[in-house]
Structure formats: structure tokens, C-alpha cells
Design a protein around this ligand. Structure first.
Ligand code: PLP
Length: 391
């Protein structure tokens, strides 16, 4: 695979970069040229290089990658790659300490996406329905629908917060048919949080045997004292499942690690539906990530600073954003979102997919400072061109 070597890649950058310049592609797009290589005499974008050149603001990832502590731990575990059995990394014990729960309260999974899947299989059997707000994490809603379950979708309030009294009403009115209530906190795609008082209101307002799945994928980015994790309810033994992931603040999305915290009875029911298939590297990396609080604090601060800076710049251009407590935000474009997403892609910037019914809002993940600059350059370009056309 000589074409993949850094040397041969570098060899073709110059020519293509200047070609891109000639046809007037935006500055950000020139970064694509980094990945250009030649296969059998033809110039092509290899999938890896093509991907690497984009500003990736579409999937709410940590753009900085795992810190050195985590990389080292995973490299140490590499020697177990050929084994089915290897020494225990102590991940479950670390989580027990971290959350003040018992081992029986933890279910490990290949990403919190697997936990959501397990919840479908465990709580939505026999035509049971899900209650949740709209929009919310639509990948989960697709999982539920493909499981042939119905979703009672409760619209967001005008300020994009979750409507707790309406969720309570929907659950009570359909009590016999509801298998699970879903709450994403902070919510994806809006970034708005549910306060600890509202969570209590929800849990106290619905029948106590209805399980509530609280998805805390973006927990680590919240800085608002009105918010709190719902893990104390697990310790109390309430019918609460908290889903957590190492994909966001811990930068391990590609390694697949997540977990549920739930009362023993719920974990036992869920366990039969889980694969338990987690790779050796991330079992070690996960322990290091839990202990590297300094790196996570840095990522959090960097993310919040860049979110504030970007939303202020957008506001100065006349585009308001929904207040967010996560590593992404939504900006109101005042026009349909899909064509704008397509324009961003042409300029080498990947932004979030549409989230109906918010069809004029664009979800933007917080990337590196460089990626956010590329986003702003592209935004100005696209929105001014559109305005000119519309005018
Ligand atoms: N829950 C929410 C709200 C998410 O946004 C995501 C991923 O973007 C997930 C769960 C799944 O994350 P993972 O499977 O990588 O842990």
C-alpha cells in the first residue's frame, strides 16, 4: 500500500492544492488537498484522507482525541489484542468508586448506544410504548421504531425546554401501555438541560413502576448549578436507568464504551439483552480516562469558551442560538436547513443533520479553534450568498 505512505501523499499535495486555488474553492476546502494521493496513476481522495480533511462538527465528538494518559493505557493493553481472556483492568471497580454505587448497579456496553438498544429490548417488548420529547436523540427514536414500538412524542416548550407536565400527563394517560420514559439531559439536539427539580417533578409525577431512562451523554459539559446527575435515584432504588458514555468528554467514540447505572433488578433484566462485548484496549483506556480529570476539565473549559465565542459571533450577524449546556448548539438560520448543510459540506465543513420539526435550525458541534474558524468563514459565505440570492 505504497500510496498510503505519508511520503507519497505529501508528493501530490502541492499540485492539487494550487489546482483547487485556481477554481476558487474556499480556504477550508484546500485542507482536503492534504489527503490527495495517486492510485495507479490517477489522483483520488482516499476515504481516510478525505475524511481527515473535513472540519467535523456533525457528531458531537471530542475533537482533541484521547489524552496521553489514555493513549498510554490503551497501548499497554495492545499486547492482549490476540486474547479472549486478559487481566481485569478494574473498570467496574473504578465506576463503583466514581459513582458511589455497587457493582450490581453497573452494566457495561459497547457505547451508550448499546445501552439504549438494550433498553428497547428489555422495556419495549409486547407493543409497549416510549414517552419522550420531540426532538430528542433521533438515533434512539429510530431504534425504537425499528423495534416496532410507538413513541408518544411530546413537543418542546417554546423556549426549547422539555415539557415535564406534558410528559407526566402522557405517561399517566397511557399508563398500561408505556414501557419506558426517555429523557436526554442535556437534550440532543438542543443542548438545553432539565433541572434537578424538574427531574424530581417527573419521577414523582408518574407511576413509580414506569422505568425512566435518563441519557446523560453530555453530562460532563454542564456548568449550571440547577442541574445534577440522576445517579442518586439509582442508589435510592427508583426505577431509573442512567446512561453514560466515554464517547464525548473522554474522546473514545471510536473505541465504543458506555454503561448504565440502574437498580440491581433492572440491571439483571437488561443484562440478558446485552452482548458484553467490549474490547481490551478500551477497558484499560476507560480506567485512565476516569482518572484523568485534569484533561477533562481542560476539554470542558475549551468547549464552553468556543461555544460562547461562536454563538456571540453568530448573534452579531443576526442569528440567534438556543442556549446550550453541551458540546454543541443550535443556531436559527431562518431558512430551511438541508441546503445549508449541503453548502457547508462543499466547503469542507461537516455539520449536524436536520432534526425535524426544527427544520430551520442547524446543529453545530464544537470543534477545535481552527475548525470553528473554518465554520465561521463558511457560515458568512453561505448565508451572505443566500441572502443576496433571496434579495
Ligand atoms: N445518547 C446521546 C444523547 C447521544 O448523542 C449519543 C451519541 O451521539 C449516544 C447516546 C450514543 O453514544 P455512544 O454509543 O457513542 O456512547
Amino acid at each position: 500500500m505504497a500510496a498510503r505512505s505519508p511520503l507519497s501523499r505529501r508528493g501530490f499535495v502541492g499540485g492539487v492544492a494550487s489546482a483547487l486555488g485556481v477554481i476558487g474553492i474556499a480556504p477550508g476546502a484546500q485542507l482536503w488537498a492534504r489527503g490527495v494521493r495517486r492510485i495507479d496513476g490517477e489522483t483520488a481522495f482516499g476515504p481516510e484522507e478525505d475524511y481527515d480533511g473535513y472540519a467535523k462538527l456533525a457528531n458531537n465528538e471530542n475533537p482533541y482525541g484521547p489524552p496521553e494518559s489514555v493513549m498510554k493505557a490503551m497501548m499497554r493493553a495492545m499486547k492482549y489484542s490476540n486474547r479472549y481472556g486478559y487481566p481485569d483492568s478494574g473498570l467496574a471497580d473504578e465506576l463503583v468508586k466514581h459513582h458511589g454505587v455497587k457493582a450490581e448497579n453497573i452494566l457495561l456496553a459497547a457505547g451508550s448506544g448499546e445501552i439504549l438498544d438494550v433498553c428497547c429490548n428489555t422495556f419495549l417488548q409486547d407493543g409497549k410504548m416510549l414517552v419522550g420529547v420531540d426532538p430528542s436523540y433521533n438515533v434512539f427514536y429510530s431504534q425504537v421504531t425499528s423495534f416496532k414500538s410507538d413513541i408518544i412524542k411530546v413537543p418542546l416548550l417554546p423556549d426549547y425546554r422539555q415539557d415535564i407536565p406534558a410528559m407526566i400527563r402522557a405517561t399517566r394517560q397511557n399508563y398500561r401501555d408505556v414501557g419506558l420514559v426517555y429523557m436526554c439531559n442535556p437534550n440532543n439536539p438542543t443542548g438545553r438541560l432539565v433541572t434537578k427539580d424538574e427531574i424530581r417533578q417527573l419521577l414523582d409525577g408518574i407511576p413509580e413502576d414506569v422505568p425512566v431512562l435518563i441519557d446523560e451523554a453530555y453530562h460532563h459539559f454542564v456548568d449550571d448549578p440547577s442541574y445534577a446527575t440522576s445517579t442518586p435515584y439509582v442508589i435510592e432504588g427508583r426505577q431509573v436507568i442512567v446512561a453514560r458514555t466515554f464517547s464525548k468528554i473522554a474522546a473514545l467514540a471510536g473505541m465504543r464504551l458506555g454503561y448504565a447505572l440502574a437498580p440491581k433488578m433492572l440491571v439483571q433484566k437488561m443484562r440478558v439483552n446485552s452482548t458484553g462485548s467490549i474490547n481490551a484496549l478500551v477497558r484499560y483506556g476507560g480506567v485512565a480516562a476516569l482518572n484523568d480529570t485534569e484533561s477533562q476539565a481542560w476539554v470542558k473549559k475549551q468547549t464552553i469558551d468556543l461555544r460562547t465565542k461562536t454563538t456571540k459571533e453568530l448573534a452579531s450577524l443576526g442569528y440567534a442560538s438556543i442556549p446550550s449546556d453541551a458540546n454543541f448548539f443550535m443556531v436559527h438560520l431562518k431558512r430551511p436547513v438541508q441546503p445549508v448543510i449541503d453548502e457547508f459540506k462543499k466547503k469542507g465543513v461537516l455539520v449536524g443533520r436536520p432534526f425535524p420539526p426544527l427544520n430551520e435550525h442547524l446543529r453545530v458541534s464544537i470543534g477545535t479553534p481552527d475548525e470553528m474558524s473554518r465554520f465561521m468563514v463558511a457560515f458568512r459565505d453561505i448565508m451572505t450568498a443566500k441572502t443576496a440570492k433571496a434579495g
